[in-house]
Design a protein. Structure first.
Length: 381
């Protein structure tokens, strides 16, 4: 029975795209096989960079976090990798392939600024805002977006949501590390004029943490990003961007989200130019953690009417996520969801939440089909 390599991984990441290492380590695992007592004795790694192929062979049983055998990679550089293992019995595996692309490794790779809307009252929850820019390109080949935020961001290009990650760039110690994401955006772009919109909320950066603490790292959420096509920067965040209102009126980690659906039916008007914030003093790092994504959809298993007449949706298990509305609800003035893990005396048990409202509230009048919270999440049953 032939032994084969099932997967080659780079720094244990799910893919080699957007790697933030100049000398990324390689690992490979073997597929299940009927072969007995097969032990790797050596490996060969072939690397193709800019059309030039180089081969590296080493006698070793190691197949986990093998050191990068070639010269260091540079920002934006890509490479194709092939790995073959040889056993102590002299048999070899078929070649296994992988690819990688390096993200931005140096602070000087960033040409953009951190931008924001107008300042808000630091004592109150900060209403999310949007930032918009149009730009023209002659090609969509090898197009990338590098993006991060003070807070939480979501980007759309020409009306299409970029990527499938949620709550980006994630929670970190913003004084020391600021994660950023790399996106392949060629499918969203078109030759000619394009529109990019960044939707920004306070998240962990400027929102409430603990009972009363707000603005632990800063008072003004912001967004920073740049679009590159063919290795050339074609759009950066700066004062030429416009800021727009958001249909999200409030969005907090503990208290949840309040949305006015009527904004979804109105035409967007720029409210003024974006304001430039100080450049992050933290080290910019391509995110090392697995991203937050939608991984499962669960439907309620029971509809409960409480003794006081409230309606409870029981999902049958504790989970972390949010609800989504699958229809248009035009009647009434407001719809409100609260989330909890238990019932108390037949009612929703919100007492363990202490000061957290954990609610999703919609002011009705506009479309609701497909609505779901953007910048928060809940632990609930």
């Amino acid at each position: 029975m032939t032994v084969r390599i099932a997967q080659v991984s780079i720094e244990h990441h799910e893919s080699g795209f957007g790697i933030a290492k100049s000398r990324p380590r390689l690992s490979w695992r073997f597929a299940e096989t009927d072969a007995k007592n097969w032990i790797q004795a050596a490996y060969e790694i072939t690397i193709i960079r800019k059309g030039v192929e180089e081969s590296h062979t080493k006698k070793s049983a190691c197949s986990v976090l093998v050191p990068w055998p070639s010269r260091p990679l540079r920002s934006r550089e890509s490479a194709s990798i092939r790995v073959q293992a040889t056993g102590e019995d002299g048999t070899t595996t078929p070649w296994a392939e992988a690819s990688l692309e390096v993200a931005l490794l140096e602070p000087t790779d960033w040409s953009c600024s951190m931008i924001s809307g107008p300042p808000r009252d630091p004592v109150l929850p900060k209403r999310p805002f949007r930032l918009r820019k149009t730009f023209s390109i002659q090609s969509t080949k090898n197009a990338r977006l590098y993006a991060t935020a003070f807070g939480i961001y979501e980007v759309t290009i020409n009306g299409h949501r970029v990527g499938d990650q949620l709550l980006t760039p994630g929670w970190t110690s913003y004084d020391y590390h600021l994660n950023y994401q790399t996106y392949d955006i060629g499918r969203y772009l078109k030759v000619g004029e394009n529109e990019v919109i960044a939707h920004v909320a306070e998240g962990w950066y400027a929102g409430r943490l603990g009972k009363t603490n707000r603005n632990v790292w800063g008072e003004r959420p912001g967004f920073m990003g740049q679009v590159e096509v063919g290795g050339k920067v074609v759009c950066v965040t700066d004062s030429t961007w416009s800021h727009l209102a958001s249909h999200v009126l409030e969005s907090e980690i503990y208290n949840g989200e309040v949305v006015d659906t009527n904004y979804l039916s109105t035409v967007d008007h720029a409210l003024g130019p974006a304001e430039i914030l100080p450049f992050p003093r933290a080290q910019l790092i391509s995110s090392e953690a697995p991203p937050v994504r939608r991984v499962m959809e669960i439907k309620p298993i029971e509809l409960i009417t409480t003794p006081t007449g409230k309606t409870i949706l029981d999902f049958g298990q504790n989970l972390v996520g949010h609800v989504r509305i699958e229809t248009d609800l035009r009647q009434g003035s407001e719809l409100s969801f609260r989330h909890a893990e238990v019932l108390e005396n037949g009612e929703l048990g919100v007492r363990p939440l202490r000061t957290a409202l954990a609610r999703a509230a919609l002011k009705l009048g506009g479309p609701t089909k497909g609505w779901e919270p953007k910048f928060t999440f809940f632990g609930f049953r």
